[in-house]
Write a protein that binds this ligand. Structure first.
Ligand code: PNW
Length: 446
């Protein structure tokens, strides 16, 4: 198999875009600067017990002040593209009304800084930092939030839409709805399926309304959405395990894929959810299914489904997140998307792994497990392309170690290690490995 010989750019379709990704709240810090308003994550982090190490994104990687240095590192890394997100509360501090120019200016400097270095800017409008005042008015379970989001999207597209290569509306609406309102793990930390399904519907509606607003402007950027998808595998042939896999696939994948690409919610789950289903108004599903220029796919692991919730696959390997390393799932997922849905060109907008890296004494952090993770998952993407999937790019999550949500700074996903005491960025072997793939340079020894 291909794991024998090292991957090169030639293993991917021509024009394939290699990049790396971050998000605003996870790296920026500077939460009180230049008129930024509070977001639901500022609030959530202050609630005792929500974040493993009691931390917050108040400082994070201090990227708001160190962005030029970080862009220089991206240039050295050799990426074609960089995926970042914009903080809505920097641009509209209360989530509606007048633009805070200083906030928008930051993203304009960042975009121009990328272009000056020959790196394509890929923007995400919403990576979970909802302005707190909109939460106070009901958050995503309130339909009004979808209209506010579309207005914010128009503001950004008007200013930056001709310079950005790509604009994704939402990052992982599954996380902003089910993980946040039903499973209680992300802001605002509620446990109510009815609210979660209303949130999911209004996120999708917000995507549809934002697409309509941005399309009308006729800017150059490609427009689309990013989903986190996990293919579900039944633990056995037993009917109850098969049913568990079907539910997992519905809950994680089809609840978002079906409205976006078929214009309907999946009938089996709609029935299972009974009284908890959302209020879908006339015209909503037509907006939601409007054409996307790309589908962003974030892949970390598979779902292993069984009636016995404790069951684990035999002989599996796990990351520091306790997520199974399962590269085959990425190939299977991509082939399934091609076979089951009329999807647009696909970008892998996130893929990566946390491991408990230590700085050590050398000039490079050694992270062989992460190198192996990237090598196997990039090979899985190349394999999907060979099988006829139209996949056009790959973004490693993440450029930097950063604020890993409920895990605080206790989980590290970066190609660069961050020493939070000094904010020093230190190359990891995985960063050098990615650089070698991207630039054709030999992998440097420590
Ligand atoms: C994604 N889950 O989040 C996000 O887009 C990133 O911001 C994040 O840092 C990265 O993956 C690593 O976690 C997820 O619990 C967070 O299933 C949690 C889940 C999935 C994705």
């Amino acid at each position: 198999t291909r794991s024998q010989k090292p991957l090169t750019r030639q293993d991917f379709p021509s024009g394939f875009v290699f990049g790396t990704a971050t998000s605003s709240y996870q790296i920026e810090g500077a939460v009180h600067e230049d008129g930024r308003g509070p977001s639901i994550w500022d609030t959530f982090c202050r609630e005792p017990g929500r974040i493993l190490d009691g931390s917050s994104g108040d400082v994070a990687c201090d990227h708001y002040h160190r962005w030029e240095e970080d862009l220089d590192l991206l240039k050295e890394l050799g990426v074609d593209a960089y995926r970042f997100s914009l903080a809505w509360p920097r641009i509209q501090p209360t989530g509606s009304g007048a633009v805070n120019e200083a906030g928008l200016d930051f993203y304009e400097r960042l975009t121009d800084g990328l272009l000056a270095r020959g790196i394509k800017p890929y923007a995400t409008l919403y990576h979970w930092d909802l302005p707190q005042p909109l939460q106070d008015q009901g958050g995503w379970p309130a339909r009004e939030t979808a209209y506010r989001f579309a207005e914010y999207a128009r503001i950004v597209a008007e200013r930056l839409g001709d310079r950005l290569a790509s604009i994704a509306t939402l990052n992982e609406p599954w996380c902003s709805s089910l993980l946040s309102y039903e499973l209680g793990e992300h802001a605002p930390g509620l446990r109510d399926r009815r609210l979660a399904l209303a949130a999911a519907h209004h996120l999708l509606l917000g995507h549809g309304l934002a697409m309509e607003e941005m399309r009308a402007l006729g800017k150059k950027a490609d427009l689309g959405i990013v989903l986190n998808l996990s293919p579900a595998y039944a633990a056995s042939e037993k009917a109850e395990d098969q049913a568990a896999a079907r539910f997992s696939d519905g809950y994680l994948n089809r609840w978002f894929l079906d409205p976006l690409f078929r214009g309907e919610y999946p009938a089996d789950l709609w029935e299972t959810f009974g009284e908890q289903v959302p209020d879908v108004q006339a015209g909503d599903l037509d907006l939601i299914r409007a054409k996307n220029d790309f589908l962003g796919v974030n892949y970390y692991t598979r779902a292993y489904a069984s009636a016995d919730r404790q069951a684990r696959p035999e002989g599996a390997e796990y990351t520091h997140m306790d997520w199974e390393v399962f590269p085959q799932g990425l190939t299977d997922l991509l082939v399934r998307l091609k076979d089951d849905y009329p999807v647009p060109p696909i970008l892998i907008t996130e893929n990566g792994a946390a491991y408990p890296d230590e700085r050590g004494t050398g000039s490079t952090v050694h992270d062989p497990a992460r190198v192996a993770y990237y090598a196997s998952h990039l090979a899985a993407v190349a394999e999907a392309a060979q099988k006829g999937v139209d996949v056009r790019g790959y973004f490693a999550w993440s450029m930097l170690d950063n604020f890993e949500w409920a895990w605080g700074y206790e989980r590290r996903f970066g190609l660069f290690y961050v020493d939070y005491a000094t904010q020093e960025r230190i190359w990891k072997d995985s960063g050098r490995w990615y650089q070698a793939l991207l630039t054709g340079a030999p992998v440097a020894a420590d």
